[in-house]
Design a protein around this ligand. Structure first.
Ligand SMILES: Cc1ncc(COP(=O)(O)O)c(C=O)c1O
Length: 416
């Protein structure tokens, strides 16, 4: 049930990028929140698609049929990943931001002046501006939920006080891509539904680390991005069937009215969808390997994988935070207490009294530790924390990182 060092070794060997060296040392990839590396099987699946079944959708010939079979399999795989019962409610698109704009434009057409939309200061801007723009178009009012400064959690009292009979939609992230806070999305969905509002969840930063269950969360829509969960650059949207069927999607006339086609505008990135299928299979195989049950069905296997990943990543982030506490001049934002690690992802942002975020990122980058600086588009939080325009340094761990890598980062920060 655990990810042991030998499991992690075996998993790491599947990622060709992890063999890269920089300045004489292996690269430490701490840029996962901006995009993870991919296992060889994802690369193979993309190449295999282009080599062997490259065709457009709906043709009456072999390559098109094989391509469509692959697409159906990918919809089923992502339905398993998200706990969705209906593969036709899985929509692929260019990325989370573009899909969210498409959805917000369509939902916004059902709003009217006086309606209210709730966004948060903690979220990535891709879950803020699409709703703000749609509200502007409809004459609806936007309300923004505040954040607790001390631990960068959402102010849930503030959130509840902003819900009322006029609220049409609450847009909130499952987890912060900046400071790692996990939001209590089940409660938020329940509170929103009590006043008759819908909930859109941004799960981009959640899926690399934890099991999504759209039924259990109780959300109405959820979006994520495969390039953050070991797949290629492509986005995913899920919505409740009755809503996706009813909403006035912007589509061309010959495109189907049925799901999922009415939301998958234009010709899709088939080769990347093949890559997503392989990424989900990779994650399921993590679960099969840790339990030694090759026959687990995909959803069960994913559930075991995420349990093992969460436990492993929690130990890594604890090691990182414990080490950072010893380093003079470093401030870590968000939840830092050991007894609250279940409320955070292994992603943290920090500042240093003597070095800017870009100096830190450059210094680490020269030593082969790849990490992001700036606001990572979590603009509202960066402004709230007074970190604009420089931002913070983000260290993002995923399950292919190791305790030795964390030690290297800590040593580099000590030597700074
Ligand atoms: C939490 C979060 N939401 C949304 C996005 C936007 O995703 P995409 O790049 O697929 O549009 C990101 C990307 O960094 C993110 O981290």
């Amino acid at each position: 049930m655990k990810l042991t060092p030998s499991h992690v070794d075996a998993l790491r060997r599947q990622f060709p990028a992890l063999a890269r060296r920089h300045a004489g040392s292996p690269v430490v990839y701490l840029d996962g929140p901006a995009g993870t590396q991919v296992p060889q099987r994802v690369i193979n699946a993309i190449a295999d698609y282009l080599e062997n079944r490259n065709a457009n959708h709906g043709g009456l010939f072999a390559t098109s049929r094989e391509s469509d079979a692959m697409l159906d399999a990918a919809h089923r795989a992502v339905a398993d990943l998200l706990g969705a019962e209906d593969p036709e409610t899985i929509i692929f698109g260019p990325n989370m931001t573009t899909l969210t704009f498409a959805l917000s434009r369509a939902i916004g057409r059902t709003w009217k002046p006086g309606d209210e939309v709730v966004v948060t200061r903690l979220d990535h801007d891709a879950n803020v501006t699409p709703w703000v723009r749609a509200a502007e178009d409809a004459g609806a009012t936007v309300r923004t939920v505040e954040v607790h400064r001390d631990d960068c959690t959402l102010d849930l009292d503030d959130l509840r006080s902003k819900l009322n009979a006029r609220t049409r939609l609450v847009a909130v992230g499952c987890a912060s891509n900046s400071v790692g806070t996990i939001n209590p999305v089940r409660n938020i969905c329940r509170w929103a539904h009590e006043v008759g509002a819908e909930v859109f969840l941004d799960a981009v930063h959640y899926v690399p680390h934890a099991l999504v269950d759209v039924q259990d969360f109780g959300c109405d829509y959820l979006a994520c991005s495969a390039y953050k969960f070991f797949g290629p650059h492509i986005g995913v949207l899920w919505g409740r069937r009755e809503r996706l069927e009813r909403l006035p999607a912007y589509k061309v006339r010959p495109a189907p009215d049925a799901l999922p086609g009415r939301w998958m505008t234009g010709t899709q990135n088939h080769e990347c969808i093949a890559g997503v299928l392989a990424a989900v299979e990779y994650l399921a195989d993590v679960g099969r390997a840790t339990t030694n049950h090759a026959s687990l069905n995909r959803r069960e296997a994913l559930s075991h994988a995420y349990a093992a990943i969460a436990e492993y990543e929690r130990a890594l982030v604890q090691q990182l935070l414990t080490g950072l506490r010893e380093i003079d001049g470093v401030t870590v934002y968000g939840i830092t207490r050991d007894d609250r690690f279940a409320e955070r992802m292994p992603t943290l942002s920090l500042t240093h009294t003597r070095h800017t975020a870009s100096q830190l990122a450059q210094y680490l980058g020269e030593q082969g530790v790849f990490a992001w600086h700036g606001n990572y588009y979590a603009l509202g939080l960066s402004e709230f924390l007074g970190r604009e325009p420089e931002g913070m340094l983000r260290l993002g761990l995923v399950h292919y990182n190791t305790p030795e890598e964390v030690e290297r980062v800590l040593t580099a920060m000590h030597e700074l």
